[in-house]
Ligand binder design. Structure first.
Ligand code: EPU
Length: 430
């Protein structure tokens, strides 16, 4: 097991290139099984969530060949519908996309309940509601979901909660159903458009993605295709926030700036200098930043996945900032760790109230989930002295080569093996 050691306080400068979107990748890979011939996906991020999904694909009979870690050919022609128990499935949230994809392809699936970051309760009732509306019988037994349908028939499905996962999962099941499906109150995240683009290239008939009504006309079969994944707006946002804290002319490359409008507006409100072109952002901090309030919302609102990194930045702002996560009200595990680093943050009525500016001080901190990891790395880079970060496997689930990218920007950051004594201590905390 390794930890990250950061020596904070350095000014960061240079270019950081953003990889393909994690939250697209983790849906595109399960979606590929719906085809009857090879699907090529280019631009996959080299992260452990993608590795886990590749292993699951191989477990069910997909033949995977790689041109590089980014470019994968998935031949699904020999895939079989076998139960996918816990184990690998539990390692990540997005394994639940095999429910929609297997149901669409085989009209049955048996899959362990997904894992992923603990952000408070993460129900999948809207996914189930969608599968049932399409004609599936769904049983939840001993930690697994069993889905079975004689046939799938298009339906009108209204989502009670706007959900990225449910929107994608229902699309995956509906593209091979008989007749028309309408998903109302659908989510509009760019990753949903990316998945619909892949499915359309495979021969699916989908209209209205990116609006809150998606219309799907089922087809009999889907074929292989080539697809290039969109850039990761959350990775881009993470580096933009970092540059807003510690950067002097940091170029964020391979970005779709329109995907980050809510973040960029807030950073500009704080006084951060941001210039944007078609695929790049140029970001420079200012000696004094203004406080702002943020409330996370579904896209195109402020993304919950950037709330934790943004909180680290707000410790530097003059005055009081209020952060409210309306998507995951319990996504606050980074706060205690930031407090260890001298941040002045109170949690009241589900909101974090940050009083700044505080000078962060290096400390020993522990990552609880992926974006908390990004928040603590940013805090470590802002802080005086040394910060030791454990629990870094969470970060590796979603950020490709984060350490290397930061070193290229001039950060003093490295991985180090944990000692036996530290490992024992970590076990006793668990
Ligand atoms: N919800 C329900 N019932 C459902 C589904 C969702 O009540 O059936 C609720 C959730 O509890 C939550 C809200 O609806 O309060 C939104 O959840 P959503 O389904 O949109 O989230 P998700 O699909 O499980 C994806 C991303 C998350 C990201 C959220 C919100 C993937 C694999 N995960 O999760 O990403 O936070 O959308 O944008 O795409 C991350 O990357 O760090 C991450 C956690």
């Amino acid at each position: 097991m390794e930890k990250i050691i950061v020596e904070g306080g350095r000014v960061l400068q240079g270019t950081v290139r953003v990889n393909g979107a994690k939250n697209s990748a983790v849906a595109l890979l399960p979606a590929s099984i719906l085809a009857d011939s090879t699907v090529t996906i280019d631009g996959l991020p080299n992260i452990s969530d993608v590795e886990t999904l590749n292993m699951i694909l191989e477990d069910i009979g997909a033949k995977i060949t790689k041109d590089s870690n980014q470019k994968l050919h998935i031949d699904p022609s020999a895939i079989v519908s076998i139960p996918l128990p816990n184990g690998k499935v539990k390692k990540l949230r997005a394994s639940y996309y095999f429910m929609g994809a297997m149901l669409g392809k085989f009209k049955r699936a048996a899959i362990g309940l997904p894992g992923g970051c603990y952000l408070g309760p993460r129900p999948i009732d809207q996914h189930i509601k969608g599968f049932e509306a399409l004609g599936a019988k769904v049983k939840n037994e001993k930690g697994a979901i069993y889905l079975q349908a004689e046939e799938l028939t298009g339906a009108r499905i209204y989502l009670d909660v706007v959900s990225v996962g449910a929107t994608i999962n229902i699309m995956l099941a509906a593209v091979l159903a008989n007749g028309k499906t309408t998903i109302e109150n659908a989510a509009k995240e760019p990753e949903i458009i990316d998945v619909a683009t892949l499915l359309t290239n495979m021969g699916a008939k989908i209209k209205g993605v990116g609006t809150d009504i998606i219309r799907i006309e089922g087809v009999e079969k889907l074929h292989g295709c080539n697809h290039t994944i969109i850039p990761d707006r959350i990775e881009a946002g993470t580096y933009t926030i970092l540059a807003a804290a510690q950067g002097k002319e940091v170029v964020i490359d391979n970005v779709i700036p329109e995907h980050l409008e809510s973040l960029l507006a807030k950073l500009r409100e704080m006084g951060v200098s941001i210039e944007q072109s078609d695929e790049q952002l140029l970001v420079t901090t200012k000696p004094s930043l203004a406080s702002v309030d943020i409330k996370t919302l579904v896209y195109p609102g402020f993304p919950t996945d950037l709330q934790q990194p943004f909180t680290s930045l707000l410790t530097k702002a003059e005055g009081t900032s209020i952060v409210t996560d309306t998507i995951y009200s319990a996504r606050l595990k980074h706060i205690d760790e930031l407090r260890r680093m001298n941040a002045k943050i109170k949690v009241e009525g589900g909101s974090a109230i940050i009083t700044g500016p505080s000078t962060l001080e290096g400390a020993r901190v522990k990552v609880s989930d992926l974006r908390a990891g990004a928040a603590l790395v940013i805090a470590g880079l802002m802080a005086n002295g040394i910060t030791e970060i454990t629990g870094i496997e969470h970060i590796e689930r979603g950020y490709e080569n984060m350490i290397e990218k930061l070193v290229n920007l001039g950060a003093s950051i490295r991985r180090e093996q944990m000692s036996e004594a530290e490992l024992e201590q970590l076990k006793s905390i668990k």
